[in-house]
Design a protein around this ligand. Structure first.
Ligand code: URA
Length: 441
């Protein structure tokens, strides 16, 4: 078997057998299929797609590239959540401690920033000392002791996804239903979970911009996850403007701490609670959505969710004082520049894709696999869609280091293309951004 023949077949619209897909994935570990061949294959899949049999074979081969963890010694339900990627979307850092405080163990394996979207691992690493590369023994112990653990793909857990995820980020091959399905399910099914809640995004800042594509992605994950014995529940949510008002790693951690402390209530915290409630339902910890939501709100109100976050941060080597004083503990960018309203009127659009791109330009994301990111860089949004604004009024703040100053004009230009200000107020987006729910109950 030769990789070049398989690439050619996929390029020309043919199908691959499970054995052929297994051959390509096995070739990652022993370098017999190098990254340039994988890059070409990924692009062929973006264009030609994969059918459900091929997609399932890719999930299985990527899952088998590492171990499937056994968490059966931990009592109670083990449920995780994953998002297909958004801008200003820090829900994981809120819902994981909330669900843990309500009796669900959350053994989370996450990714780094992908394209214009942020990644949970990059955000966590802005907490001084926080380690996302823990050995399996620590992963199990912390999951048991804290009720949650937050790590990345490792040599043991979904190593094929770690390799492909970074490659896709740098080769513009993220936007593909089979590739996203395989990336998410391979690492999530390796975790030893009983079920998975997915936040599938649609809209300007989502990888699946069109609702029908997002729904197809959701069904792909529900069906393949279910056929592999893991119930998957999906919330389909909008990603037209950034979900929260903070975009960028340290800025988003601060937003999450404020959400957990109950001092920030916005679309991001609301959606986090909705997702956490689904985790309680899927785990059988609550029988009905209203009661599940109440319990999640209670975990914020009584401080138990923030306490869980503090514990897991300490267990993973981070500075838990971030939970008391995020502004002082997290890295801060020395330069802050305003983006002002070009005219007066109603803010009708603040497009997430352009905001994500602008944040990347300031240093919050990567352009190549080896790029270092700036934890402090990002954008604070000051005005939301639906606001009435006056010409010259600041709509956002750009946070960056002086070395990145040259990128400022391009970032401002992106923000100018992100906003639409009109004479009429827009219809307001749903408060929780939820369009639909489906999958396992
Ligand atoms: N999240 C992932 O883990 N993988 C993807 O491909 C997209 C979002």
């Amino acid at each position: 078997m030769r990789a070049v023949d398989l690439i050619r077949r996929k390029r020309d619209g043919g199908r691959l057998t499970p054995a052929e897909i297994g051959f390509l994935v096995d070739g990652i570990a022993d370098y017999t299929v190098p990254d340039y061949q994988w890059s070409a294959f990924l692009m062929a899949v973006v264009w030609r797609g994969m059918d459900p049999v091929e997609t399932r074979a890719l999930v299985e081969a990527m899952l088998e590239s590492g171990s499937v963890i056994d968490l059966s010694a931990i009592p109670g339900p083990k449920i995780d959540k994953h998002s297909t990627g958004g801008v200003g979307d820090t829900t994981s850092l809120i819902l994981a401690p909330v669900a843990a405080a309500c009796g669900v163990t959350v053994p989370m394996v996450s990714g780094r920033g992908l394209g214009h979207t942020g990644g949970t691992l990059d955000k966590l690493e802005s907490i001084p000392g926080f380690r996302v590369d823990l050995p399996l023994g620590d992963y199990r112990r912390i999951a048991r002791d804290c009720g949650l653990v937050l790590i990345g793909q490792t040599d043991e857990i979904a190593p094929a996804d770690r390799f492909l995820y970074a490659l896709r980020d740098a080769t513009a091959t993220v936007e593909s239903i089979p590739l996203i399905t395989a990336s998410i399910l391979s690492k999530k099914l390796a975790e030893g979970i009983d079920g998975l809640v997915l936040d599938v995004k649609t809209g300007d800042g989502a990888f699946m911009r069109r609702r029908e594509d997002a729904e197809a992605l959701a069904h792909s994950m529900v069906e393949i996850g279910g056929s592999m014995g893991k119930p998957v529940r999906v919330l389909l949510t909008t990603m037209d403007e950034p979900l929260g008002t903070s975009v960028g790693n340290a800025l988003e951690v601060r937003a999450a701490v404020e959400g957990l402390a109950g001092t920030r209530r916005d679309a991001m915290t609301e959606l986090s609670l909705e997702l956490a409630a689904e985790m309680l339902l899927l785990g059988g910890v609550a029988a009905e959505r209203g009661a599940a939501l109440e319990r999640c709100r209670g975990a914020i109100a009584d401080g138990s969710a923030l306490e869980r976050f503090r514990r897991v941060i300490a267990a993973q080597g981070g500075d838990p004082r971030v939970c008391d004083d995020p502004v002082r503990v997290l890295p801060r960018a020395p330069c802050v520049a305003p983006f002002v309203a070009p005219r007066s009127g109603w803010l009708r659009q603040f497009r997430a894709w352009s905001v994500g791109q602008a944040s990347m330009l300031l240093g919050a994301g990567r352009a190549t696999v080896t790029d270092a990111i700036d934890q402090a860089a990002g954008i604070e949004i000051l005005r939301r869609v639906g606001a009435s604004v006056t010409v010259g009024e600041p709509l956002a703040e750009l946070h960056f280091r002086p070395e990145r100053g040259a990128a400022l004009p391009a970032a401002l230009e992106l923000l100018a293309s992100a906003v639409e200000i009109g004479d009429e107020a827009p219809a307001s987006p749903p408060a929780t951004r939820i369009l639909n729910r489906f999958g396992a109950t």
